[in-house]
Design a protein around this ligand. Structure first.
Ligand code: 5GP
Ligand code: MN
Length: 345
């Protein structure tokens, strides 16, 4: 048995809304990851089995690794079919907002989402939930929205409706947000849920291969090149920097997602406490930072790189040249070392 964490009132209202609706549209955040796509598709599978007409709309496209998830081919990508996406939101009598906390996280879809007349239900695990939904089921202590979805299904007495495809989608989301069960796994109930999903037929080994061990030769070589030729280490300042120009990305036929995870790699080196990755885009420099312990990369990104984020994972958009941005990061090192002496030692 897993404990009940979702309040009774929200579950009751969600059950009423489900009862009185036949057309459900599910949506998630832009740049959808495994948790966003996994939770959305699981909702599609379970509520379809319940006799509902369910469509999933994503604000834009998602990574190739997710395309094999059961039902992924039926997803409507709003960046390719904006009118159809809008129509699905307009015509729904219930909208599920999964894995995001504020409407703006749906990017260009946000206006249509807010304008849609259907009641909205947010099910999410990000901090600081907004109040655009009629029902807000927000639990930042959950490792993934997929964990929360499993709990929602159980509370709605729909456990038996979680079939193999739904179980696979839920497990994909959990694996994505925990780095294949590496972090955010302190809650033992997470493993109870994973066990139930495996019992229902989800293949953890196949999902691990699909999500974490599938890449292209170009992508593999780009990452190897970045680490071999482009990683700058500043051991005295406990920092690392990787910079990739447009020309370098093109050389390795870069496509979206190819440098996912690269910024984390320098943190594997003992003594390196924060890491920065700069990628030259058409109209700005995409800044991505990660840290260990208490070093606040969100502060660094907010103060100097036009962004923000979380303590250990943040980013920003820098207006200027790639070299200016890299030089700014390098020039800040001594200052950071002084200012964050406690966090770095
Ligand atoms: P990533 O490095 O994966 O692109 O982003 C990590 C985290 O940093 C995101 O979850 C988000 O919270 C934050 N972040 C990334 N880019 C930006 C940005 O341009 N502006 C702000 N405010 N936060 C960002
Ligand atoms: Mn998530």
């Amino acid at each position: 048995m897993i404990s009940q964490i979702i309040d009774e009132k929200s579950i009751r209202r969600l059950a009423e809304l489900l009862d009185s609706s036949s057309k459900i549209t599910v949506t998630c955040h832009q740049g959808p990851d495994g948790d966003a796509v996994g939770s959305s598709l699981a909702a599609m599978h379970v509520f379809t089995a319940l006799g509902k007409e369910v469509r999933v709309v994503t604000p834009d496209g998602f990574l190739g690794q997710l395309r094999k998830l059961p039902g992924a081919k039926e997803i409507v990508d709003a960046s390719r079919y904006p009118d159809f996406a809008r129509q699905l939101l307009d015509e729904a009598d219930l909208i599920l907002c999964l894995d995001f906390n504020v409407a703006s996280r749906t990017g260009k879809l946000a206006d249509a989402l807010l304008a849609a007349r259907a009641p909205k239900v947010m099910i999410d695990h990000h901090l600081l939930p907004g109040d655009f939904a009629e029902v807000t089921i927000s639990h930042p202590e959950m490792a993934a929205t997929c964990v929360l979805m499993f709990r929602v299904f159980c509370r709605l007495e729909l456990f038996s409706f979680i079939d193999k495809p739904a179980a696979e989608c839920l497990l994909a989301g959990i694996l994505t947000d925990t780095g294949n069960l590496s972090y955010n796994v302190a809650d033992p109930e997470l493993f109870t849920i994973v066990a139930e999903l495996v019992r229902k037929g989800a293949d953890k080994e196949a999902l691990t291969r699909q999500l974490f061990m599938t890449t292209s030769a170009y992508c593999m070589r780009l990452n190897a090149y970045a680490l071999l030729k482009k990683m700058e280490l500043f051991p005295e300042d406990h920092a690392a920097l990787i910079v990739l120009s447009r020309e370098e990305l093109n050389r390795f036929h870069y496509t979206k997602g190819d440098t996912e995870g690269l910024v984390n790699r320098p943190l594997e080196i003992p003594g390196i406490k924060y890491s920065c990755f700069l990628r030259e885009e058409r109209d700005m420099i995409k800044v991505s930072m990660r840290s260990l312990g208490d070093f606040p990369v969100n502060e660094l990104c907010a103060d100097h790189f036009g962004g923000g984020g979380h303590l250990n994972a943040a980013g920003g958009e820098f207006k200027g040249t790639l070299e200016e941005c890299a030089e700014l990061f390098r020039s800040l090192l001594p200052e950071n070392t002084k200012k964050y002496r406690k966090q770095l030692n």
